[in-house]
Design a protein around this ligand. Structure first.
Ligand code: GTB
Length: 216
C-alpha cells in the first residue's frame, strides 16, 4: 500500500532538515518503506482538505490506505510497530524505546520549542532580552540531564531505536543556538544519528524538495 506523507511545499528552514517531516522520512528510510510526499503550501494547510487529515492544520501527516495519522510521535510509533528496524524484539526493551520517544517529545522538545519561539517570534518584545537567558537555561538543564544519562554510550538504551530517532531529531534543533555543542557527548550522539544512511537519504530527499533539485 502506498504511503503518502505531507511536508511543507517550501520549508522555512530552506531544507536544513528541521521541519518535522524529516523524522518521518527518516523512520521510513530506516525500515525500508518507500513513500510519496504531497507538498502542502501555507495556505493549503488551513483549507478543509488538509484539516480533514490534520485538525491543527500542520505537517506532517501520514496516509496508508484508509489509515490517516497526524503527530510525528504517533506516526513514528506506527511505522516502528509495523516494520522491523526501529524497535527491539524484547518487550521490555521496546517499552523503554517508547519511553524515550515520549521523553523526547514531552520532556526535551518543549523547552527547545520555547527557545525557538523566544528567538523567532518574541524577539521584538520589550521583555524578550530578559527572558531569553531563562529559556536557554531550561534547555541547558534538560540537555545536561540527558548528557549524564547517555554518558559514553552510543545510543540511549542499547541498539539504535525509534527512541534515538526521535531524540536526535529533537536535539538537532538546538544546534543553531550553540547549546548542543556545550555537551560534547550529545553533539556526538546527534552526529551518529545524522551519519546513518537512512538519515542521509531522508535529509537529501527533503533538501531536494526544498531547493527544487533532485537528490544526487
Ligand atoms: N506535534 C506536532 C508533530 O509532532 O507532528 C507538531 C507539528 C508541527 O508543529 N508542524 C509544523 C507546522 O506545520 C512544521 S514542523 N507548522 C506550520 C504552522 O504552524 O502553520 C515545525 C518547524 C517549522 C519550521 C522549522 N524551521 O524552519 O526551522 C522547524 C520546525
Amino acid at each position: 500500500m502506498t504511503i503518502t506523507i505531507t511536508a511543507f511545499e517550501r520549508s522555512p528552514d530552506g531544507g536544513r532538515g528541521l521541519a518535522r517531516d524529516t523524522r518521518v522520512r527518516w523512520a521510513l528510510e530506516e525500515v525500508g518503506q518507500p513513500y510519496e510526499v504531497r507538498p502542502v503550501s501555507f495556505q493549503a494547510k488551513k483549507q478543509p482538505a488538509h484539516l480533514a487529515l490534520h485538525p491543527f492544520g500542520l505537517i506532517p501527516t501520514y496516509e496508508e490506505g484508509d489509515l490517516a495519522l497526524f503527530e510525528t510521535g504517533s506516526i513514528v510509533l506506527h511505522i516502528a510497530e509495523r516494520h522491523a528496524g526501529l524497535f527491539p524484539s524484547d518487550a521490555d526493551a521496546r517499552a523503554r524505546a517508547i519511553t524515550w520517544m515520549f521523553a523526547a517529545l514531552s520532556t526535551v522538545e518543549p523547552p527547545i520549542l520555547d527557545l525557538s519561539m523566544a528567538k523567532v517570534v518574541e524577539s521584538d518584545r520589550p521583555w524578550s532580552r530578559e527572558r531569553l537567558p531563562l529559556v536557554q537555561d531550561r534547555v541547558r538543564e534538560r540537555l545536561g540531564q540527558l548528557s549524564v544519562r547517555l554518558g559514553d554510550a552510543d545510543w540511549l538504551d542499547g541498539a539504535f531505536s525509534a527512541g534515538d530517532l526521535m531524540m536526535v531529531s529533537v536535539l538537532l534543533r538546538t544546534r543553531p543556538s550553540g547549546i548542543l555543542d556545550e555537551f560534547p557527548n550529545l553533539a556526538a550522539y546527534v552526529a551518529r544519528g545524522e551519519a546513518r544512511p537512512a538519515y542521509q537519504r531522508a535529509f537529501a530527499a527533503q533538501l531536494a524538495q526544498n531547493t527544487g533539485t533532485p537528490p544526487a
